[in-house]
Design a protein around this ligand. Structure first.
Ligand code: AN7
Length: 360
């Protein structure tokens, strides 16, 4: 139930995810909250998009691009950095397709510790790289894939006093569970279906953990989980690692997901599925969502692209259901995808020329 507040008493100021949900997260006592007031993201109804998919059901998008660094990663990062810093860690490291890097860099900056981020060469979207640099991280490009970079950071964090803040770090998943809590708190119960993109598979694993925990505590029910990979980077669909993953959705260009087993388990336990969407379907859905006023990066549209295709083929009957799609990162992260084919109309600064162009 939503609580009613009388107009005379304003609600207490929002203090971030650990303040709001910390008692439900398994974090050690030394955890010292480092927050940028992440979370509390809107659940936006998109009825026109639902109608386009055939109608007869409720569809919401949880716009995680409105987190402080523009992606869902801030939920897990507030927890991981708070734990690490509380333990006395002075340096954190991660491998990243970009969003984890920007988030780690920001929370490390907030805590006053050093961040090192490893990114795959040449495949990181401009807004993510810029973020990592702006927040002051040391950015290292690895001549290899995300999976190669992840192997390196795991090895170095085992050898030196440097904390790993990839989603192999269990506290990342603890923080990430809050997305599920928020959905239940807003809707009053879990949705019938949850769809979301899958890369390294931390997010899908954490949502499932969160929904199960809330159901035990508050009887909120459980969603069926539809995880969607990019067709060129779909190890969980194919059943084997992908050596050279390729997709326009660079955020999920991952061939060896660290939490792959857990993701498959979430899909199975929830009577859901992990499927793949093509780059063309992903880009079409990115455009379609932007037509609702919600601009997300390509990877973030994968969940909905997979859902649309599943409904179209009859694999999923949405009638009477309530469906939530997690859209994971802001469109501003990857401007080049949108502007690369842009040929702006160029005019002399004259009214007649403008009328000629827009009123014809
Ligand atoms: C926008 O930043 O792996 O399945 O290194 O940036 O939890 O990995 C990003 C992943 C979906 C997939 N959407 O989430 C990284 C990274 C966006 C993302 C995913 C990512 P996981």
């Amino acid at each position: 139930m939503l609580s009613q507040t009388s107009p005379q008493t304003p609600p207490p100021p929002y203090q971030g995810l650990l303040a709001r949900y910390g008692s439900l997260l398994e974090l050690p006592p030394h955890t010292t909250p480092i927050t940028l007031l992440e979370g509390n993201t809107p659940l936006i109804p998109v009825p026109r998009l639902a109608a386009d998919m055939g109608g007869g059901f409720e569809l919401f998008v949880k716009f995680e691009g409105l987190n402080p660094t523009g992606s869902f990663k801030d939920r897990g990062m507030t927890a991981a950095i708070s734990e690490a810093v509380g333990k006395g860690v002075k340096t954190v490291i991660c491998a990243s397709t970009g969003n984890t890097a920007a988030s780690a860099a920001a929370y490390a900056a907030r805590a006053g510790v050093r961040a090192i981020v490893l990114i795959p060469e040449g495949k990181v979207a401009a807004g993510k790289l810029a973020g990592a640099v702006a927040y002051g991280a040391q950015v290292v490009q690895v001549q290899g894939s995300f999976d190669d970079a992840l192997s390196l950071v795991v090895a170095i964090s085992q050898k030196h006093p440097i904390a790993l803040v990839n989603s192999l770090n269990p506290y990342r998943l603890e923080g990430q569970k809050t997305g599920a809590f928020e959905i239940c708190d807003v809707l009053g119960s879990a949705p019938d279906w949850l769809c979301l993109p899958v890369g390294n598979a931390g997010n899908i694993s954490a949502y499932w953990m969160g929904f199960k925990q809330y159901d035990e505590l508050k009887n909120t029910g459980l969603p069926r989980v539809l995880g969607v990979q990019a067709a060129g980077a779909a190890p969980l669909v194919l059943g084997h690692p992908v050596e050279k993953p390729e997709t326009v959705a660079t955020a999920i260009r991952i061939g060896r997901p660290a939490r792959g087993e857990q993701a498959l388990q979430a899909a199975e336990e929830s009577h859901g599925q992990i499927i793949a969407a093509t780059d063309a379907q992903i880009l079409a859905m990115q455009k379609r969502l932007a037509a609702e006023g919600v601009w997300v990066e390509p990877a973030s549209a994968a969940g909905l692209a997979g859902l649309a295709e599943h409904i179209r083929t009859g694999a999923l009957n949405p009638t009477g259901k309530r469906i939530v799609a997690i859209v994971t990162g802001h469109g501003l992260k990857d401007p080049d995808i949108v502007t690369r084919d842009l040929r702006p109309t160029v005019l002399p600064a004259e009214l007649g020329a403008l009328e000629e162009t827009i009123l014809r």
